[in-house]
Design a protein around this ligand. Sequence first.
Ligand code: AMP
Length: 460
Amino acid sequence: MTFSSLGLAESLLRAVKEQGYDKPTPIQAQGIPVVLQGKDIMAAAQTGTGKTASFTLPLLHRLSQGRKVGVNQARALVLTPTRELAAQVEASITTYGKYMPLTSMVVYGGVKINPQMMRLRKGTDILVATPGRLLDLYSKNAVKFDHLEVLVLDEADRMLDMGFIHDIRKIIALLPKKRQTLLFSATFSAKIRTLAEGLLQKPVMIEVSPRNTAAKTVKQAVFEVDKSQKSALLSHIVRNNDWQQVLVFMRTKHGANRLVKRLDKDGLRAAAIHGNKTQNARTRALADFKSGKVRVLVATDIAARGIDIIDLPHVVNFELPNISEDYIHRIGRTGRAGSEGEAISLVSADEVELLQDIENLIGQTLVREQEVGFVPSHNVPLTKFNPNAKPNKVNKPKKPKKSKQVYNNSEQGNKKRPQRNNDSRKKKSAGGDSTEKKEPISRKPRRALRPKGVGAKPKR
Ligand code: AMP
């Protein structure tokens, strides 16, 4: 399958070629012809599958054949859950549409509304928007949808998770009934199906990767560690492996801020990206991370949604997510569109249930590792993958135990522990200081995470 066999305009093929794409990804191969035919689609595709181009390319093609846009009108509307995703979708539209005489614009909250109102006066062929700001603009008569031809809901599942359902319904009520609608979602949950019912007309269903399967190109591993040691272990792993670009996921904004301070103290340039940060701060953090100025970007799930950094090599789950499916979204930040990536999770004893849920969801038991000097004193029990288990989609947040943070700053533990069989989980006293007293429990299969030649060699 080639891009030229999909029926796209020459000007689009040229832009695609410039991006260096050899062939369409599965979602593009399946989705583009259907969208070109003007049909509605309901597509289950995670980020990283090439889904943005799968709707952007045929959208540009179709709009290039229609009429000119009117004052304050939009001919196509793309709704996204977050500002970052909105900006990235619009950037893709600009990239792929650079040889087409079409206009596009992005609007989101957190920045001044007036410049957006001014720019909308002329109308825009494609408007990419987050729901709240779009409704604000509509209420000020800055945007009209009389000539709207296509509606795209990107990452619809996340929009529902973020509580945008009422805004989405309000927006849909403003749009012409006769239109093409494209709905993209990581999964086809019951909520998504309900939303789709009233929204799509005889949609073509497309599901590119088996449901809830983590990207195959991502190497995954769990590091067992005590909660109080997580920050120290993270610094240690980043420094020892000479990781230059790491995206770290935290559950809370405060946790993210705290971790940034800690990493900075450890001499690792870090920045946080979350909902309490201004749009400018978020944009700057992302730009610094992309340029290499910032080595560790610490993000909450919502803020990280839609961050697209090509070839992001490392993702760290500092804490496991409460919603198992977020694990898939998180690790989807790496190993994108065929490139290799690595995702590690720092897991403490109290997170074992979350780990079990994740393993049930992804259908595999994750490889476990321990780092000398960070061997947990609270044992992380073994999990047992149950293929028939129904993972809790929304786990109750676990209350963190109040424990004094004691950091192990000494670098005595920079070597991997020797392998031992899973069954022989004896604990030996290794002597030395308290952090070295416990014999690690190693499990099979086990593998070195370090790139060859970097970091410490396994202890023999
Ligand atoms: P998305 O799933 O839309 O977030 O895209 C993930 C990444 O894949 C982006 O960085 C795109 O630039 C890249 N990409 C999209 N289509 C292709 C393709 N056909 N071949 C290689 N990379 C692609």
